[in-house]
Design a protein around this ligand. Structure first.
Ligand code: NAD
Length: 334
């Protein structure tokens, strides 16, 4: 079976997804949702989406009557994910939602609950969870090749540029770099260490108060503690380039990944040399895998469901609370 997917929000990342999906064997684009009629026309023609399967933000609830759509892939600014997910669930369609799944844990919980109540699946666009070198590192850790895990370092950052984009608009982004890219270090810490954190401490610094207004973080340093005693130290920033690196340290070996979360190729090495898994187009693999998860109940090696997304949001909430209070926050991810 082929997963029939409507793309919602035809921006930069949706374009990357659409191109990658041309190579999918288990998923295809069968619907489009956009507020721009011109885009519906050009994308509709380019990706061969019937006029009757093109919607705008006012009328997309009508997808409920469209058998050509199984799932909607939400690729809009962060703060819109919550209400859009609720509407898609209500229309009885599966939801694939971009990261961050929402802008706080309360919203995330409502999304998980709404999808469960509607009997649809909720998946999050965590493409790294399907990336071969990443999975190799996880396998090495799981099979004991690294020895007891002690430390993880996650560094994610780039210079944001245009101060007028939605990514630095609190209303649409829900926060700043942490929401956008710090989440890769949060999510990565969990699959690299192989545990969920039980506490977090965090510190925020800001140098550019024009671009990064109240509630939009420029740079956050955060630390995570895990039940085994392993610790993580992470940096998320919108004001430095050359930061896309994971470093996992065990008693017997390490894995360094750099780049660790970019579109690839992802590079990794241990003390014995490079990880040499093949480069894949992340979004192609992600969508083929998600099709199998949704249609065939496949269990992925690393889960990408709403629960994982919600847990990341609980960590994000706690990081912001720690920045505000200066206090360590205990975590109960559930
Ligand atoms: P973008 O600005 O390029 O695209 C956003 C799209 O949403 C635009 O087409 C815009 O017109 C549309 N939109 C709909 N309603 C809007 C509104 N009310 N205000 C503003 N825009 C509105 O952004 P993007 O880079 O494509 O990011 C979209 C989502 O995808 C974000 O949640 C982001 O975190 C996520 N993303 C994920 C990855 C990844 O690797 N998984 C990469 C990039 C972006």
């Amino acid at each position: 079976p082929i997963l029939k997917v409507a793309l919602m929000g035809l921006g930069g990342y949706a374009e990357r997804v659409a191109e990658a999906m041309q190579s999918c064997t288990r998923a295809k684009i069968t619907g489009l949702i956009s507020g721009t009629p011109e885009k519906l026309k050009t994308w509709g023609a380019k990706y061969n989406v019937a006029e009757g399967s093109r919607y705008n933000y006012e009328n997309f609830d009508q997808i409920k009557d469209n058998p050509e759509i199984d799932a909607v892939y939400i690729i809009t600014p962060n703060a819109l994910h919550h209400s859009q997910t609720l509407r898609v669930a209500k229309a009885g369609k599966h939801v694939i939602c971009e990261k961050p799944m929402a802008i706080n844990a309360q919203e995330g919980q409502e999304m998980v609950d709404a999808c469960a109540a509607a009997g649809v699946q909720l998946l999050v666009g965590y493409r790294m969870r399907f990336e071969p070198n990443t999975l190799k590192a996880v396998e090495m850790r799981e099979t004991g090749k690294l020895g007891k895990i002690k430390f993880f370092q996650g560094q994610t950052g780039f210079k944001i540029g245009d101060p007028n984009q939605w990514r630095v608009n609190k209303e649409l982004a829900g926060g700043g770099s942490l929401m956008d890219i710090g989440i890769y270090a949060i999510n990565g810490a969990r699959y690299m260490v192989g545990e969920d954190p039980i506490w977090v401490t965090a510190q925020e610094t800001k140098t550019d108060f024009e671009t990064f207004k109240e509630g939009v973080d420029e740079t956050i340093l955060f630390q995570l503690g895990f039940p085994s005693g392993a610790v993580a130290s992470c940096l998320s920033t919108y004001s430095m380039n050359h930061l896309d690196r994971f470093y996992l340290v065990g008693n017997d070996d390490f894995v360094e990944m750099q780049p660790s979360t970019g579109y690839g190729p992802i590079k990794g090495r241990t003390k014995n040399g490079p990880l040499n898994q093949p480069h894949t187009v992340h979004q192609t693999v992600q969508m083929d895998e998600m099709a199998q998860i949704i249609l065939e109940g496949k269990k992925p090696i690393l889960p990408v469901d709403g629960k994982v997304g919600l847990q990341d949001l609980k960590i994000i909430d706690a990081i912001y609370r720690s920045c505000d209070t200066g206090q360590r926050q205990e975590l109960q991810l559930g």
